[in-house]
Design a protein around this ligand. Structure first.
Ligand SMILES: [Fe+2]
Length: 309
């Protein structure tokens, strides 16, 4: 009986210690943000709207043209070539053989980072556009690390795997992922990015026993489907998401969805190894460093060491 009492006591102490550590880390993080606040770049009205919406709901949706980033034209010129390559790739699982990512792409075909870097680096460079960085800076509130771009095409196999489960990303305390549809996603059959708005996230804390992988039936029990939000839009729809703070997933598509995603954390991410697992690391040695500004190099974080001379 005393043994059970001791075990229970130890568990309570461990839980308390975890909670105290978490509170200290949260306070430190907030303190660093406050000290950095005066260095944040000014935003125009659209940038302010994006930041406000992401802070309120976890998501903000704009169109690439509306965003009006200087690199838009280069990216738009590169998209048809990337789509051609995605369409040529077999959707039968054989891509896993030559894939440069270790895991996480079992339900889709990604373009390899080296392929993007050699054939359409415009995808990678768009994520370093100063207009984009200004917005991300304001969303994270600390010096940012850019982990690169992914471009992929989803299988239509009805399976619920990987990021098709409801989850929150966990590379850092705050992660901003920009998703962009390369082709129209105009209804649920197109497999839209779907999320639960941020104000409902506390309810989802009941998921704590589910190791972050939640299927639709479990989610429905906590958050009614009527409160789920789908990001629907034509090709060029850009979705800014605070993906560590909201539950989200890619809805199982009935048509092959093609999308690109850029992602950012602080320069002291809580799970550095996980950042690298899904990063553009393999492609960086093929990126032309000429013309990169001091700010862009800083955003490359540790990856800058991989740039060619
Ligand atoms: Fe995610």
């Amino acid at each position: 009986m005393q043994l059970v009492g001791n075990q229970l006591g130890q568990r309570v102490v461990r839980k308390l210690r975890r909670e105290v550590n978490e509170a200290v880390e949260r306070t430190n993080y907030r303190f660093r943000q406050m000290r950095y606040a005066h260095k944040l770049p000014e935003l125009d009205e659209l940038g302010k709207r994006i930041v406000r919406e992401v802070n309120e709901t976890g998501i903000s949706i704009v169109h690439l043209d509306e965003l009006n980033a200087p690199s838009n034209a280069d990216l738009k010129a590169a998209i048809p070539r990337a789509l051609e390559d995605l369409d040529r790739m077999p959707l039968d699982g054989s891509h896993l053989e030559g894939m440069e990512y270790d895991k996480g792409f079992e339900h889709c075909v990604p373009l390899n980072p080296t392929h993007i870097a050699k054939n359409y680096p415009e995808f990678y460079m768009w994520g370093l556009d100063e207009r984009v960085l200004d917005i991300i800076d304001n969303l994270i509130g600390l010096p940012i690390a850019y982990h690169g771009v992914q471009a992929r095409k989803e299988f239509v196999d009805g399976s619920v795997r990987g990021s098709r489960h409801w989850h929150r990303d966990s590379e850092d305390r705050n992660i901003i992922r920009i998703n962009m549809y390369l082709r129209d996603v105009l209804d649920n059959d197109g497999g839209p990015f779907e999320y639960v708005p941020r104000n409902l996230t506390p309810h989802a804390k009941r998921f704590s026993g589910f190791e972050g992988r939640i299927d639709d039936d479990v989610m429905r029990k906590v958050i009614p489907e009527s409160q789920w939000r789908q990001c629907i839009g034509p090709a060029g729809t850009v979705i800014f998401g605070a993906v560590a703070k909201i539950y989200h997933h890619g809805r199982v598509p009935k048509r092959p969805r093609c999308a690109a995603a850029w992602y950012y954390t602080t320069r002291q991410p809580t799970r550095e190894a996980l950042c690298r697992e899904f990063s553009f690391e393999r492609g960086i040695p093929f990126i032309d460093p000429a013309g990169l500004t001091h700010r862009q190099r800083e955003c490359l974080w540790d990856y800058a060491e991989l740039l060619p001379e």
